[in-house]
Ligand binder design. Structure first.
Ligand SMILES: [Cu+2]
Length: 356
C-alpha cells in the first residue's frame, strides 16, 4: 500500500512540463480535445486551470527577460546582416543567373532545365495557394473577430479523399515527364563516338576508342602556379582560375558522344553542367553517359570533379571544347598521326599517350 495515494494521483493528472517549467494542463480527451477547442464544462475547467497557472508561473516567466533581450539583440544582428546583403544585391545582380540551373547546350540539358522549371512553378503555385489560404484565415477568421471553429470537416471522408487525391495527381503529373526524361538520359545507344574517361588523382585521361588518341588533362599551369601558398599571384588575374586545363577534351557538335567513365584509384565524378552530365567514376566499374551538343553551340564548356577524392580534389577541372564535325575530324587525324610518330620512336607501353 502506498502511503500517499493522493499525491500520486495528482502527479498522474498533471501534464508534462512546458518550456517555462510550468505544468501544462492534462488532456481532457474526446473529439473537442482533438482539435484543441474544449467546449462546455471541459472548456470552463480548462480556462480555470490556465488562469491559475498564469499566476503560478509569472515569477518564472519574469526570470526569462534577460534571455529575451539577448534574443532581440541577435535578431537585430541578423536584420543588419540582411540589410547589408540587400545593399550588396545590385553588385551581384549579374550573378543571379548562377542561382538557377543552367539551360545547357545539349539535347538533354535543355529538357532537364524545362522539367526543373515546371516543378519549380508547381511548387510556387502550391505555396501561394497554401500560404494564401492560411494568411487569409489568420486575418479574417481569428478568435478576436468572433470566429467559431467549424468542426463539420473533422473526420470527413469526402475532404480526406480530396486532399489525398489532389497531391497524388500533382505527383503523378510531375513523375511521368521525369520518368520519360530519365529514360532519355540513360539511352546510350547509337552513339557515333565513344570516349573512355579515366579519373585519377588529380586529373582525367580521355581515350578516343577506335583510335590511338589519348589525352591526359590536368589543371593548367597558370592556375596551378597561382594556387600555391604565398605564390604572390592575384588569382583574379588568372583566366578561368581553377577551371582551365592544359589539354581540353575535344568533341564534335551534333553527334552523339558516349562516355565510358571509370577511375584508377578513388571515386571521382565527371560533371559538366552545360552538358547535363554528372556521373561517378568508380574503380572497377564503368558508368555510361551520353550527350549531343546542339550544332549551333560550338564552344568551351567547363566542369569539375564533384566527388571528394583527396587532397587536390579541387584542382582537377574538366574542359570540353565542342567544334564542328569537320574540325574534329581534322584534329583527330592530326593527333592520330602524332600518335603513330610517337609510337615509332617510343617504347610500346607509352605509345598510346598523345598530348594535345
Ligand atoms: Cu576527383
Amino acid at each position: 500500500m502506498n502511503k500517499f495515494p493522493g499525491e500520486i494521483y495528482d502527479a498522474r493528472k498533471r501534464g508534462p512540463r512546458n518550456s517555462a517549467g510550468c505544468d501544462t494542463p492534462p488532456r481532457t480527451g474526446g473529439r473537442d480535445d482533438l482539435i484543441g477547442l474544449p467546449q462546455g464544462r471541459d472548456r470552463a475547467a480548462e480556462v480555470g486551470r490556465e488562469g491559475s497557472e498564469t499566476r503560478t508561473c509569472a515569477p518564472r516567466g519574469l526570470g526569462k527577460r534577460p534571455a529575451n533581450r539577448a534574443g532581440l539583440g541577435k535578431l537585430a544582428g541578423v536584420a543588419s546582416l540582411a540589410a547589408a546583403a540587400l545593399g550588396a544585391l545590385p553588385a551581384a545582380a549579374s550573378d543571379w543567373g548562377q542561382v538557377n540551373l543552367p539551360r545547357g547546350v545539349t539535347n538533354v540539358s535543355t529538357r532537364i532545365y524545362a522539367l526543373h522549371m515546371m516543378a519549380f512553378w508547381v511548387c510556387v503555385c502550391i505555396g501561394a495557394v497554401v500560404f494564401g489560404v492560411m494568411i487569409w484565415s489568420l486575418i479574417f477568421h481569428r478568435k478576436s473577430r468572433g470566429a467559431v471553429p467549424d468542426v463539420t470537416l473533422v473526420h470527413s471522408a469526402k475532404v480526406e479523399v480530396i486532399w489525398t487525391a489532389i497531391p497524388v495527381l500533382i505527383l503523378v503529373g510531375m513523375a511521368l515527364p521525369a520518368a520519360r526524361l530519365l529514360v532519355r538520359i540513360n539511352n546510350n545507344t547509337n552513339s557515333q563516338l565513344s570516349i573512355r574517361v579515366n579519373g585519377f588523382q588529380w586529373g582525367w585521361q580521355y581515350k578516343y576508342l577506335g583510335t590511338n588518341v589519348s589525352i591526359i588533362s590536368k589543371l593548367s599551369m597558370a592556375s596551378d602556379a597561382a594556387r600555391m601558398l604565398d605564390s604572390g599571384i592575384n588569382v583574379n588575374s588568372v583566366p578561368h582560375y581553377l577551371l582551365s586545363v592544359d589539354h581540353q577534351l575535344v568533341v564534335p557538335v551534333g553527334e552523339k558522344i558516349r562516355l565510358l567513365i571509370t577511375s584508377v584509384d578513388v571515386v571521382h565524378s565527371w560533371w559538366v553542367p552545360d552538358l547535363g552530365v554528372k556521373k561517378d567514376a568508380i574503380p572497377g566499374f564503368i558508368n555510361q553517359a551520353s550527350f549531343i551538343i546542339n550544332p549551333s553551340k560550338a564552344g568551351v564548356y567547363r566542369g569539375q570533379c564533384t566527388e571528394l577524392c583527396g587532397r587536390d580534389h579541387a584542382f582537377m577541372p574538366i574542359v570540353v571544347r565542342a567544334v564542328t564535325p569537320a574540325a574534329f575530324q581534322a584534329w583527330l587525324k592530326q593527333k592520330e598521326a602524332a600518335g603513330k610518330e610517337a609510337s615509332a620512336g617510343a617504347p610500346a607501353s607509352t605509345s598510346a599517350a598523345v598530348s594535345t
